[in-house]
Design a binder for this molecule. Structure first.
Ligand code: AMP
Length: 271
């Protein structure tokens, strides 16, 4: 019997539902975890205001027919007597984009996913393309530590205006959600311009478009889809963006070459 695992931080939405549905169509038993992992938040205020709604999430999971919910306390994931630190060589994957703007973030992400995999022991791990750099690092960790699990990456689910669904969207007003659609617009622009214009110019154009819409961009990078290096001029490439709207930090990405796009419900990343 195969176990499919979908780790989340709760405040569940249709993006999570999509992962859970894909998991249930490919794995015999689906486990979802909800755990707002303190070690991956570099900003204490961000951790404090992260949306939490366990009761609503439980109803959501029951309606979806998810088999098991793992809802641990911090002490379950990090028992004081256990050394949960892990040692993985990141090959620079953690030095750019999210790694640069959120110091320590990926150390916490790898630590919690490693711990959850050890507890749940799934055959398949389902993650979203939404967190592109995250799944790339998890793939590295699985490979280096030879963890017996297959990572399956599922497509980004978006609202009608293109805004990628995110638990953080709950912190935005309806007007702000419309404003935030500029992020997806820039990714579409990048998809059109790639191959016709220099990637540095495309990034600069997209950054200024985001700024003009009233957001505060942190980065708009066009990088190798495998190494996350922005100097590598080989396909496939991915455009990754992070921007603040007020105090809410949003991220999104788009793979820029059709050939690298998933042709089924999920894709298995190459590392
Ligand atoms: P989170 O609860 O934000 O930590 O996300 C849990 C999982 O859901 C991660 O693997 C995310 O990449 C994935 N995810 C979040 N938002 C989306 C989305 N809009 N579409 C697809 N997957 C998503």
């Amino acid at each position: 019997m195969s176990i499919g695992f979908v780790p989340t931080m709760g405040a569940l939405h249709k993006g999570h539902a999509s992962l859970l549905k894909i998991a249930s169509s490919y794995s015999d038993l689906v486990v979802c975890s909800i755990f707002v992992n303190p070690t991956q938040f570099n900003d204490p205020t961000d951790l404090e205001k992260y949306p939490r709604q366990d009761d609503k999430d439980i109803e959501f999971l029951v309606a979806l027919g998810v088999d098991v919910l793992y809802l641990p306390a911090v002490e379950d994931v990090y028992p004081p007597s256990l050394n949960t630190a892990i040692d993985v060589t990141m090959n620079g994957l953690d030095a750019v984009m999210e790694g640069k703007f959120r110091p320590g973030h990926f150390k916490g992400v790898l630590e919690v996913v490693h711990r959850l995999l050890d507890i749940v022991k799934p055959h398949h791990l389902y993650m979203g393309q939404k967190d592109y750099q995250q799944f790339t690092l998890i793939a590295q960790m699985i490979k280096q530590l030879q963890i017996p699990v297959e990572l399956r990456v599922c497509p980004i689910v978006r609202a009608n205006n293109g805004l990628a669904l995110s638990s953080r969207n709950a912190l935005l007003s309806e007007a702000e959600k419309e404003q935030a659609a500029v992020i997806f617009e820039t990714l579409s622009v990048a998809k059109e311009l790639i191959g016709h214009q220099d990637t540095v110019d495309i990034s600069a154009f997209c950054l200024s478009k985001i700024e003009k819409a009233g957001l505060r961009p942190e980065y708009f990078e066009i990088v190798s889809a495998h190494t996350l290096n922005n100097k590598e001029d080989t396909a496939p490439r991915v455009a990754c963006v992070a921007a603040y709207l007020g105090t809410v930090r949003l991220i999104d990405n788009s793979i820029l070459y059709k050939t690298s796009e998933p042709n089924g419900d999920y894709f298995v990343p190459m590392v």
